[in-house]
Design a binder for this molecule. Structure first.
Ligand SMILES: *Cc1c(COP(=O)(O)O)cnc(C)c1O
Length: 332
């Protein structure tokens, strides 16, 4: 049986510690443990954020990291919004590239890749700092070789359309942080148990937002419709890449709010598709929506043709099978 996504790690990771005034020299250390004070800020007040990006092996043997600038900028944004010590973006970029370089020969062949998990958190032993930032911090870059996300077979997902609860506190929407996942966990577990769905699509006030870990796109004929950027949700790099590719393919891209009513009306059309975007799966087709105990098929309820076309186009750039005309790949 294939191992679960993200459960195998390279034996070493790179790490640096902030002592309140400067970051230590980067070290390679075993990736199976870190030592923390039990009073560490992160364990009590969730001062933590992370990133998820991938490195790909090309046919000529070279290894490239996809859109590292976007992920590094988003990490800096998460850190700022969580009042964590700032990291220089050039320093983080080099640390990520050096770490992948170190394990270059372990980067899997397509359809696999090396998933990169940079992680930043507050380490100050201070349980009295509930309303104050951690003065000290740790940042590491952990690597996890991953296989084909669709190895079990590509299938259309079933999602619950939730217009009551929230994924996370609205002012935290743009932060890639464990706290937001913790907040979406129980509603998602409940939906899985009660409605046999794969994910919950959060739609606060009846406006379509995103799922617990992926952005949402509606593909209606040659138009891609997705929520415009605001600070209530995570600005996915995959979302941006798919929209760019859709424009390159001559499709119309519309970024605006979509209501649940409009979405349920549109998905009745045979040519309509819906998909979830994120680094792990790229684009995952949605075949069924459950809303107020009723089921709605998206188009024909199967895997959308355009969804697969867009996913393949993005994968082709990542694997060097199509021209990287936007300069998304960086050599390690
Ligand atoms: C990481 C994440 C995404 C997807 O972002 P990508 O940059 O495309 O991987 C979407 N939503 C949430 C809440 C996320 O944490």
């Amino acid at each position: 049986m294939a191992t679960a996504f993200g459960s195998v790690f390279m034996p070493e990771m790179s790490i640096t510690w902030f002592d309140g005034s400067s970051w230590s020299a980067v070290e390679m250390v075993p990736s199976n443990s870190i030592q923390l004070h039990p009073g560490a800020h992160v364990l009590h007040y969730a001062s933590t954020c992370f990133e998820g990006l991938k490195a790909f092996r090309h046919a000529d043997g070279s290894v490239k990291v996809f859109r590292i600038d976007r992920n590094v900028a988003r990490l800096a944004q998460s850190a700022r919004l969580l009042a964590l010590p700032e990291l220089d973006e050039g320093f983080v970029t080099q640390m990520i590239l050096d770490t992948v370089k170190r394990f270059e020969s372990d980067v899997p062949q397509p359809p696999g890749s090396m998933y990169i998990r940079p992680t930043l958190f507050g380490t100050e032993p201070a349980v009295g700092k509930a309303a104050a930032p951690s003065e000290t911090a740790c940042f590491y870059v952990l690597l996890s070789p991953v296989g084909d996300y669709f190895a079990g077979g590509d299938r259309a997902l079933r999602i619950l359309v939730e217009d009551q609860g929230l994924r996370c506190a609205p002012h935290n929407g743009m932060i890639k942080s464990g706290g937001n996942y913790a907040s979406a966990l129980l509603p998602t577990m409940k939906a899985k148990a009660e409605h046999k769905v794969d994910q919950v699509l959060f739609c606060p006030n009846g406006d379509v937002q995103e799922t617990g870990a992926a952005n949402f796109l509606l593909i209606d004929g040659d138009e891609v419709i997705t929520r415009s950027l605001d600070d209530s949700f995570l600005h996915g790099v995959t979302r941006d890449s798919v929209l760019t590719i859709a424009r390159d393919l001559g499709m119309k891209v519309t970024e605006r709010t979509i209501t649940v009513d409009e979405m349920l009306e549109r998905i009745k059309k045979p040519g309509c598709e819906a998909a979830l975007s994120g680094t792990a799966a790229v684009l995952a087709p949605v075949g069924t929506m459950v809303y107020q105990d009723k089921e709605y098929k998206v188009g024909n309820g199967g895997i959308g043709e355009t969804t697969v076309k867009l996913r393949t186009a993005l994968n082709d750039i990542q694997w060097g099978k199509a021209e990287d005309k936007h300069g998304w790949l960086t050599d390690v």
